[in-house]
Design a protein around this ligand. Structure first.
Ligand SMILES: CNc1nc2cc3c(=O)[nH]c(N)nc3c(CCc3ccccc3)c2[nH]1
Length: 376
């Protein structure tokens, strides 16, 4: 990055209640918000070509520090020119810091003031990840938006555990900011913790805003809590986040979660649901989810959505998709992943338009009625 590299910036274009639509400008391109970011855990959005991901409207994809540091390795990735070049994705990439994945994927892990110690779920080798090392790895990957190392507590949890994890995460945020330094074309985001305890959520948000970071994630959610708790925590935190910086709700979510969270002021989302569900034979449609394994589709010659401009939704019958899923054919996973990501990106585009035109409430209402119809 040379000094004339444009800094990363966020511009709001319109608001509708607490909802916003705008654009994050990065040296690698724009991110239209509200944005859904497909998860590309090990350097690939599973079952998709990068060109397809781009064509269906995704401006940014996610990489996983935990997976990439274990395989192919952070230093090797750098020697190969970084993740963008390796996976042929020239748009922005956001990477998680790895703490969440350590806690959910690796065995024998320990958290202390210094960082996390864990064993690889791949070969059992032992690794240490400090805030400084996480930032170093995200830099070696070439990540455009980097997340602080944090401790995410699954809910329900003891208040004492929620409090200590929130305070540890704040100390780690300061260490990540020091390690990140000044990288004009890149951003470091803080992650608000505090579980389902409003006072701790507010304290975490205010402390992170004091660090003057480029954006703020709301973490510690989509970890098993009811949707009502998730929405209550967004409502608790949102007033304490600066309007002029992006808000990222980590790990969220279903289409309904996303509509509800956009309405409450969230700009960025990630979720494995559309890709993972696609690999398991589930299709997202405007009339809800459709399980293509179900025998009722065996002779249904209708496509998933004849109005879609995505070939996977428009050009293949449910009968064929049912056959592919029942036969465990690779094309079944490819087509349903493609359909699902197209559906999610279409939802985001519709949300952005509804906010621009000041009709988000009406859009949310008619969209939820469509899902309720079922028989997608
Ligand atoms: C599914 N629910 C879910 N809740 C999460 C909470 C946190 C959290 O509190 N802290 C961090 N650091 N990450 C979280 C993630 C992972 C999101 C992700 C996955 C892949 C690539 C990039 C980013 C979460 N995912």
């Amino acid at each position: 990055m040379t000094e004339e590299t444009p800094a990363l910036s966020f511009a709001l274009h319109a608001v509708d209640g607490a909802a916003r639509t705008g654009e994050i400008t990065t040296p690698r391109g724009q991110i239209r918000t509200p944005a859904f970011m497909p998860v590309g855990t090990a350097g690939t959005v599973k079952a998709m070509y990068p060109s397809q991901v781009r064509d269906l409207g995704a401006d940014i994809v996610l990489g996983n520090t935990y997976h990439l540091m274990l395989r192919p390795g952070a230093e090797r990735l750098a020697r190969l020119g970084g993740l963008h070049r390796l996976m042929r994705w020239d748009g922005p990439i956001l990477t998680d810091s790895g703490g969440f994945q350590v806690m959910s994927l690796s065995a024998l892990r320990k958290i202390d003031e210094e960082g996390v110690t864990f064993r690889s779920h791949i070969d059992g080798s032992t690794h240490r990840m400090s805030p400084e090392r996480s930032i170093e790895i995200q830099g070696l990957i070439g990540s455009d938006i980097q997340m602080q190392l944090d401790e995410c507590v699954r809910l329900p949890a003891e208040p004492a555990a929620i409090e200590s994890a929130m305070r540890l995460s704040l100390r780690w945020a300061e260490r990540c900011r020091a390690a990140f330094g000044e990288q004009p074309g890149r951003a470091l985001f803080g992650i608000v913790q505090g579980g389902d305890i409003p006072a701790l959520r507010v304290e975490s948000a205010r402390a992170l805003v004091g660090l003057d970071l480029k954006g703020y994630a709301i973490g510690g959610l989509a970890v098993g809590e009811p949707q009502a708790v998730m929405l209550a925590m967004i409502e608790t935190v949102e007033p304490h986040l600066p309007a002029e910086k992006p808000r990222y709700l980590m790990g969220v979510g279903t289409p309904d979660d996303i509509v509800q969270a956009v309405t409450r002021g969230i700009d960025m989302f990630d979720c494995v649901m559309p890709t993972r569900a696609g690999r398991h034979g589930l299709a997202y449609t405007s009339h809800g989810r459709v399980n293509l394994r179900n025998a009722r589709h065996a002779e249904d010659i209708r496509p998933l959505d004849e109005t879609s401009d995505c070939p996977a939704a428009r050009d293949y019958s449910r009968a064929y998709l049912h056959h592919l899923v029942r036969s465990d054919e690779i094309l079944g996973m490819m087509l349903l992943t493609w359909n699902n990501l197209a559906y999610y990106q279409g939802l985001m585009a519709s949300l952005r338009a509804a906010i621009r035109e000041g009709r988000l409430a009406a859009f949310a209402e008619e969209t939820r009625e469509g899902w309720a119809q079922g028989e997608g």
